[in-house]
Design a protein around this ligand. Structure first.
Ligand code: PAF
Length: 265
């Protein structure tokens, strides 16, 4: 696996290996990321993964500083998957000057996650656009675990006519249902035992439990829920009569860790 830190070097390497499928990550990889890498493999001859902890998508007081940087371990995992190219830019390379040109997502960017993490989708959309311009992939893979991110990136690619096919990867879960996430490592042992409740509650909502009941169950079990909502899958708007392709989305804090998850139905 070739590891590149520089944009010019990256573009030369991509030109040499042909059309590539791309998996953007912030590192601290787990099986969920590897399943996206395998999906990328089915989209193009070669796979490029990026590891970049994007300061722009962290709010003041969030975990940017303590976000786990595990480059050596990540590199081994990607090598074992046969990834051709790892792009690991230094922050000064991707943001040589303060990023004052920012992608402004549609109103959806201020709902759900955006209501509790204002500016998050500006940061995500901006870095994804930059990464697409650096890597110039033919396809890019995003996990459904971050459902709203997937919908917003898909919309951005559509409206900016970016020639990248957006491919959605299924959420990979632990045996007890907890969605794999880089932030699960923050959980204490008792929190880890409690954490699958979020998925259980969302599954119950998908079977008809009112979201307010789900919020109550989480609060009673010691969580601080931000939201549980049912939306349409394709655009995350509120369901209208006759809509059948839906998703229950939720976010809640367990101790100091904020977890998100969703269940399609
Ligand atoms: O999902 C993530 O890990 C990040 O939001 C992404 C897409 C790599 C952008 O920083």
């Amino acid at each position: 696996m070739q590891i590149v830190h520089d944009i010019g070097e990256l573009r030369r390497a991509v030109r040499a290996i042909g059309p590539v499928a791309f998996v953007p990550t912030m590192g601290n990889l787990h099986d969920g990321h590897l399943s996206l890498v395998r999906l990328a493999r089915s989209e193009a001859r070669a796979v490029v993964v990026s590891i970049f902890v994007n300061r722009l998508q962290f709010l003041a007081g969030e975990d940017f500083e303590r976000y786990p940087r595990t480059m050596e371990r990540d590199r081994g995992m990607l090598e074992a998957e046969g990834v051709e190219l790892l792009f690991a830019p230094d922050e000064r390379l991707l943001y040589p000057a303060p990023q004052t040109y920012i992608v402004r997502p549609p109103p959806l960017g201020a709902e759900l996650e955006g209501r509790f993490r204002p500016g998050f989708f500006e940061g995500v959309s901006t870095v994804v656009l930059k990464l697409f311009n650096c890597v110039q992939p033919s396809a890019a893979v995003f996990g459904k675990k971050d459902y709203q991110q997937l919908v917003i990136v898909r919309g951005m690619v559509g409206q900016f006519d970016i020639p990248v096919a957006i491919v959605a990867g299924e959420t990979i879960r632990e045996a007890d249902g907890l969605a794999m996430s880089s932030r699960n490592g923050y959980l204490s042992a008792p929190e880890r035992a409690e954490a699958p409740r979020l998925h259980r509650v969302l599954s119950a909502v998908s079977r008809g439990l009112p979201p307010a009941e789900g919020l109550r169950e989480l609060a009673q079990a010691g969580w601080r829920p931000d939201y549980i909502e049912v939306r349409r899958r394709h655009d995350l708007e509120l369901p209208r009569a006759g809509d059948t392709q839906l998703v229950a989305l939720g976010a809640a804090r367990l101790g100091g860790t904020r977890l998100i998850d969703n269940v399609e139905f």
